[in-house]
Design a protein around this ligand. Structure first.
Ligand SMILES: C[S@@+](CC[C@H](N)C(=O)[O-])C[C@H]1O[C@@H](n2cnc3c(N)ncnc32)[C@H](O)[C@@H]1O
Length: 343
């Protein structure tokens, strides 16, 4: 991590009361980042440095206010501001550029959007046992049918999709399974990666109608339409049969135990005795990582009973649905693959 950013969060050798004040004040940095992302600053800097004045003019922004936001991002190590107010992206800032090797802009925009931030602002309500203000919940369905929110999630998942599938794909012998059913597979980033890597396998993507439509559009130009069937449906009601491997990637963490078991029962109902189910999840550990607690609090506030779970908690859910946990494979990037079969 960039030293300047590290210093914003945990400055060494500073007295505790100042560390605390700095820690609280560090809230402004992600918000400054959100404003820059929204305004298009990272796209404006994608092809190289530019002056504050030129960026402001190009994006119709207030030059003075932009200069102040960019100074904050410079303190965080995300941009450089040189003589003559010339602004450039640091390697850290480059991760948000459209040309980034691992594109993060959609994930960042999603995590910093009202969808995530507004419920987090009401964390105190959750502490008192209140329900999430904008649940993914059982009653309203996934995002209560809100098209904009589910689209933002699809895009963010696309970027997450770039982060995890390579690590996941190399950790498990997906090529051994002639037909893979990806349940709640988003736009199909993960499945498409597998189909490209293993030309002999077929895929089935189950998604809610709105996302299924977007998934078809996404898969069409890749020439994978013949090998990947996109099925519109509801995983709580019916899962497509015929899979040798069923995948639930970052799906169960969005739901409470009752709903998670409902999905698992539907999977168990269509699995042949030799079929496998693979859960791709970040597991709760005894020594929580930064990523784990961020995800857990987002789930606490933005989902209906969703959470980061321990391997033991997953095993209990699986057993209640007539499934057994065979083994856990650790993938790079903090994800674990839980291989399961019928009990
Ligand atoms: C967190 S995303 C995970 C996407 C993908 N599996 C991945 O790993 O990137 C959860 C997905 O579950 C889908 N989903 C939510 N409720 C569903 C339901 N009832 N039936 C099918 N899919 C659903 C959402 O549309 C969304 O794409």
């Amino acid at each position: 991590m960039d030293e300047a950013l590290r210093d914003v969060r945990i400055p060494p050798g500073v007295p505790d009361h100042l560390v605390m004040i700095r820690f609280i004040g560090s809230l402004v940095f992600p918000l400054a980042l959100r404003s820059a992302l929204e305004a298009g600053v990272f796209r404006a800097l994608a092809d190289g440095p530019s002056s504050v004045g030129a960026i402001a003019k190009g994006l119709a922004l207030d030059e003075a206010a932009l200069g102040r936001v960019l100074r904050a991002l410079a303190v965080a190590g995300i941009v450089t501001v040189e003589e003559g107010d010339v602004v450039g992206l640091t390697p850290l800032g480059m991760t948000l550029s459209p040309h980034a090797q691992v594109p993060l802009a959609a994930v960042a925009s999603y995590l910093l959007s009202d969808v995530t931030l507004k419920p987090l602002m009401e964390l105190a309500t959750s502490l008192r046992g209140g329900s999430a203000s904008q649940p993914n919940g059982a009653t309203g369905g996934w995002y209560g049918g809100d098209l904009k929110r589910s689209q933002a999630m699809d895009h963010a998942m696309g970027d997450y999709g770039v982060l995890s599938p390579v690590a996941v794909a190399e950790a498990y012998p997906f090529g051994n399974f002639p037909c893979i059913v990806d349940i709640g597979g988003g736009l199909g980033h993960f499945l498409a990666g597998l189909l490209k890597a293993f030309p002999a396998i077929r895929g089935v993507l189950l998604e809610l109608p709105q996302t299924a439509g977007r998934a078809r559009e996404h898969l069409k130009p890749m020439g994978l339409a013949e090998r990947c069937r996109v099925v519109e449906g509801d995983m709580f009601e019916k899962i497509p049969s015929g899979g040798n491997l069923y995948v639930l990637s970052k799906v169960l963490n969005n739901w409470d135990d009752h709903r998670a078991v409902m999905v698992l029962r539907q999977v168990a109902a269509v699995m042949q005795p030799d079929a496998r189910l693979l859960l791709v999840e970040m597991l709760k550990s005894n020594t929580p990582s930064y990523e784990e607690v961020v995800r857990d609090l987002v789930l606490l506030t933005s989902s209906n009973g969703g959470r980061v779970r321990t391997a033991g908690q997953f095993e209990a859910l699986l057993n209640s649905a007539g499934l057994t946990l065979n083994r856990i494979v650790e993938a790079r990037g903090g994800y674990s693959l839980l291989e399961c079969c019928k009990a």
